[in-house]
Design a protein around this ligand. Structure first.
Ligand SMILES: [Zn+2]
Length: 241
């Protein structure tokens, strides 16, 4: 998962370590590991690996903050993040948030940083490509022909976003109440796929939206213009919501 790669402590074996050889050379390698751990070098190495992970994570967050204005699609986002990371690692020191002393880049395991970048990028791409929608959970109001629904868009084990909507079969109308994706999963085409899914699950309805703001407004406009479905936010013919 993307968040665990960036935030959870990385095992010493990540991304992978060469298998220890067997026989006498294996015993010697094991003895060397014990001596290294005893000298405390392993501890320092672990600290430096954690610092490298923090750098990758903070740069990811910086690139994410830019999404408010840049609205990059996944490939452009990955390039922007990569460019920022390369620039950061080209400097002599890096000031991590919450630390008094800057980190020396010479102490960092730069290969680990790039492995982490590649792994997160791959996880993100896989989550987006393989995103699916959970079944809609349904809630009815007594005496009303309207029903309220909710489903999640998931990528692997990760919840990427949530869709809440209502339908009224009597009035042949549907209402999208809210589509929410965290910034990390916006501009990835997932909102459009979620709306397509809603229409597939409830064909033949005219769909309406509630008032939308900011970037969501642009999203709805693009969606309306790109499709031939009867989406509209003008008026609402159903008195049951
Ligand atoms: Zn109705």
């Amino acid at each position: 998962m993307v968040s665990s790669l960036l935030l959870d402590p990385l095992p010493a074996s990540w991304p992978c370590q060469p298998a220890r050889p067997g026989g006498l050379s294996g015993l010697i390698a094991q003895a060397r590991e014990i001596i290294t751990t005893f000298r405390g070098e392993d501890f320092v190495q672990r600290l430096n690996r954690a610092a490298m992970q923090r750098v990758v994570c903070e740069v990811f967050q910086l690139a994410l903050d830019e999404q408010e204005t840049e609205r990059r699609k996944p490939v452009e986002f990955a390039q922007a993040w990569k460019g920022r990371l390369a620039a950061m690692l080209a400097s002599e020191t890096i000031q991590l948030s919450g630390r008094r002393q800057p980190v020396s880049v010479a102490d960092l395991d730069v290969d680990l940083g790039w492995s982490l970048y590649a792994a997160v990028d791959q996880e993100r791409a896989a989550a987006i490509a393989n995103a699916t929608a959970t079944p809609s959970s349904r809630r009815e109001w007594q005496g009303s022909p309207a029903a309220f629904y909710e489903f999640w868009v998931v990528g692997g084990q990760e919840r990427l976003g949530r869709v809440r909507y209502a339908t009224c079969e009597g009035c042949q109308a549907g209402l999208i109440r809210k589509i929410s994706f965290s910034l990390e999963w916006q501009y990835c085409g997932l909102g459009t796929r979620a709306l397509d899914e809603v229409q597939v699950r409830h064909p033949g309805l005219a769909w309406y939206t509630t008032d939308q703001y900011g970037s969501a407004l642009g999203f709805w406009e693009r969606y309306r213009q790109s499709g031939d479905s009867p989406w509209t936010d003008r008026g609402c013919p159903c008195p049951h919501w």
